[in-house]
Design a protein around this ligand. Structure first.
Ligand SMILES: *[C@@H]1O[C@H](CO)[C@@H](O)[C@H](O)[C@H]1NC(C)=O
Ligand SMILES: *[C@@H]1O[C@H](CO)[C@@H](O)[C@H](O)[C@H]1NC(C)=O
Length: 615
């Protein structure tokens, strides 16, 4: 096993420089207890430092040293003073302020974090400092590539002696390993393995910057779930809801999977033939979370379960396939939260107070983007996050938005569960703006309503049962009847022509009998046609829709009857004249008055028929 991966590349120059560095203060670490937790993919180092001021000057800073190569993986650092005898939880309360310093004569391969004490430490005084350092991506899979059937083995490298800028009187180290196989560990004289706990030390009276490399090679099949990117969108609706939508781009950050994946193998013995894969993830959502969903690009995934009590809601999701080393999956979870649990007011401002990180257990997030979408019209936005983040502003548009919703975007790299703490976004909001959207909706619906009424009236064919449809049917019947009458009258006029034609025949042939016979047949034809008119006319008289056209119809019928009479009278007169053998001039004189009326009536009937035709 070649250990060229060792991250501590500092050299002995550190030690030769150490006395120089030490001269900045006369602190002594009387006791150092370190505990390193390797039970998940996240490495947590808890160090309890008992510090004594052996010099005469008051000291207000304590230095913590980390190898440069490790600093990039340091996700979280928190130093707290332990008050009294009680064991303070390292996560409770805010940590002491610290900054990276670069002392001129400090070894270049080290980064020094200088923690500022709230109160100077005077000569002979002691204090206890608890330091929590959280690292990601420092457990190296070894071998780097494994098959589906292999377990995942990891390498962890440390120094058994605490890397301190100060002399250390007494110290010990405990490494908590998962309850699984321990392939190997550096077997120093002082090493002791008890169950899954590996102890080194105690070591006594060590000079500054002492170190003693150790390597532990162990099995860890915990899910190495790494979100390469997580975008959390927190949208506030003043109507009572906070909507959370989280988009995950997840990768299995453990040993790369090699060889063919056999689903059959996996399904028959999932815990043996796929021990390093993760098949489910558990998220701890706030209590009273509702409308929870879990989907990927294909659609909703039903293999999730949800349960909860008054303190939390737990969501367990199962991706469509088990995730092996190097495999990726992308999915989205969403849930709603009651607004009153997360939105508060102070000094005329409103503020959101909600947790920052992912609700998934032990998730490493390479890039975490938290977007807080405020209601449209929010002003004077500001965010308060208890660690450093990149901030920017965006605008989000959704339906009904005019100016868009202000979005506060917070970005954090290398986020761990320790970052899942509450943060606040403050903003000003005029309650009247809240009414803008409903008013828009109400007026929108009103116009829609009015428009639909107009549409119903404009388009008569919209509904077969409406009154307008019946009216349309009735009007069509009136039109048809009017045209029927028009046709009968036209037939009458054609019949009149036969009468006129018989007179012309008479003048040529002098056949009075034939002429009389024609008149007889014409007379009976006209009587028939008059009978045919009866029922359509009766229909028009009974139909209210026909009221506007009835006078014209009745007029044309009356005029036709008048014309008939005049034509018959003319016909009789002419035949009479022929029987009396009167001359042409005499005949003309006798029919002249009839002829005038006939011409006028014909004109009038023609005009009326044209009118009826246009209906
Ligand atoms: C997915 O689930 C959510 C919540 O249960 C539901 O609102 C949505 O309509 C579902 N979508 C599909 C495509 O089934
Ligand atoms: C935010 O909520 C947390 C948890 O409820 C609470 O401890 C904290 O005091 C709140 N912060 C503010 C500024 O109200």
């Amino acid at each position: 096993m070649r250990l060229n991966l060792f991250p501590f590349l500092f050299t002995f120059t550190i030690i030769s420089l150490s006395s120089h560095v030490l001269s900045t203060s006369d602190l002594i670490l009387t006791k150092v207890d370190r505990r390193i937790d390797l039970s998940s993919q996240i490495v947590r180092t808890t160090t309890s430092l008992k510090v004594e001021n052996a010099g005469s000057d008051i000291v207000s800073e304590i230095w913590l040293a980390f190898p440069d190569s490790l600093v990039n993986y340091l996700a979280h650092l928190k130093a707290t003073l332990k008050e009294g005898k009680g064991k303070a939880k390292p996560s409770s309360g805010a940590g002491l302020p610290y900054q990276v310093v670069q002392p001129k004569d400090a070894p270049a391969s080290l980064k020094i974090y200088s923690v500022t004490l709230p109160k100077g430490l005077a000569k002979g005084e002691t204090l206890t400092l608890d330091v929590l350092a959280v690292f990601t991506h420092i457990l190296q899979p070894f071998p780097e590539k494994i098959t589906q059937a292999d377990i995942q083995l990891l390498l962890f490298q440390e120094t058994a002696q605490y890397l301190s800028p100060y002399p250390v009187k007494a110290q010990s180290l405990t490494v908590k390993l998962p309850e699984a196989r321990i392939e190997s560990y550096t077997k120093l004289e002082s090493a002791k393995l008890q169950g899954s706990e590996l102890k080194y030390g105690p070591y006594e009276n060590l000079p500054p910057y002492s170190y003693l490399p150790i390597v532990i090679h162990f099995e860890n099949n915990q899910p190495f779930a790494v979100a390469e990117e997580l975008v959390r969108e927190i949208e506030i609706s003043h109507w009572g809801n906070v909507q959370i939508t989280e988009h995950y781009n997840l990768v299995h950050g453990g040993a790369q999977s090699k060889g063919e994946f056999s689903r059959l193998d996996y399904q028959t013995r999932p815990y043996v033939r796929g021990a390093s894969a993760f098949r489910r993830l558990v998220a701890r959502l706030p209590p009273r979370a509702h409308s929870v969903y879990y989907r990927d690009e294909i659609g909703n995934i039903s293999t999730s379960s949800l349960w909860g009590d008054s303190k939390k809601t737990e969501l367990e999701i199962e991706p469509r396939y088990p995730i092996f080393g190097g495999w990726k999956t992308a999915f989205t979870i969403g849930y709603g939260l009651p607004l009153q649990d997360f939105l508060f007011g102070i000094d005329g401002k409103r503020f959101l107070n909600i947790s920052f990180g992912s609700p998934f257990n032990e998730l490493v997030i390479d890039t975490l983007v938290v977007k807080v979408v405020l209601p449209e019209g929010s002003k004077d936005t500001s965010a308060s996050v208890p660690f450093s983040v990149k901030q920017r502003h965006e605008t989000k548009f959704s339906h009904l938005d005019i100016a868009g919703r202000p979005v506060v975007v917070l970005e954090k790299n290398n986020a761990v569960p320790e970052h899942n703490v509450h943060f606040q976004v403050y903003y000003k909001f005029n309650s009247l703006s809240m009414l803008r959207e409903p008013l828009m909706l109400i007026s929108g619906f009103f116009f829609l309503f009015v428009a639909s009424i107009v549409y119903m009236h404009a388009d008569l064919s919209i509904s077969k049962t409406s009154a307008s449809y019946l009216a349309k049917i009735q009007w069509e019947e009136v039109q048809a009847t009017a045209h029927q009458i028009h046709n009968i009258i036209s037939l009458c006029l054609t019949t009149h022509d036969k009468l006129e034609a018989s007179l012309r025949d008479l003048s040529r042939s002098g056949d009075i009998q034939a002429c009389k016979a024609t008149r007889k047949s014409v007379d009976s034809s006209l009587k028939e046609l008059t009978k045919e008119l009866k029922s359509p006319v009766a229909f028009l008289q009974s139909s209210p829709q026909a009221t506007p056209i009835l006078p014209k119809v009745e007029e044309v019928i009356a005029k036709e009857r008048d014309l008939q009479e005049k034509l018959m009278a003319k016909h009789s007169t002419v035949v009479d004249c022929y029987e009396k053998k009167l001359g042409g001039r005499e005949i003309e004189n006798r029919v002249a008055s009839h002829q005038q009326k006939i011409t006028a009536l014909r004109q009038e009937i023609g005009d009326l028929l044209d009118l009826i035709d246009e209906i």
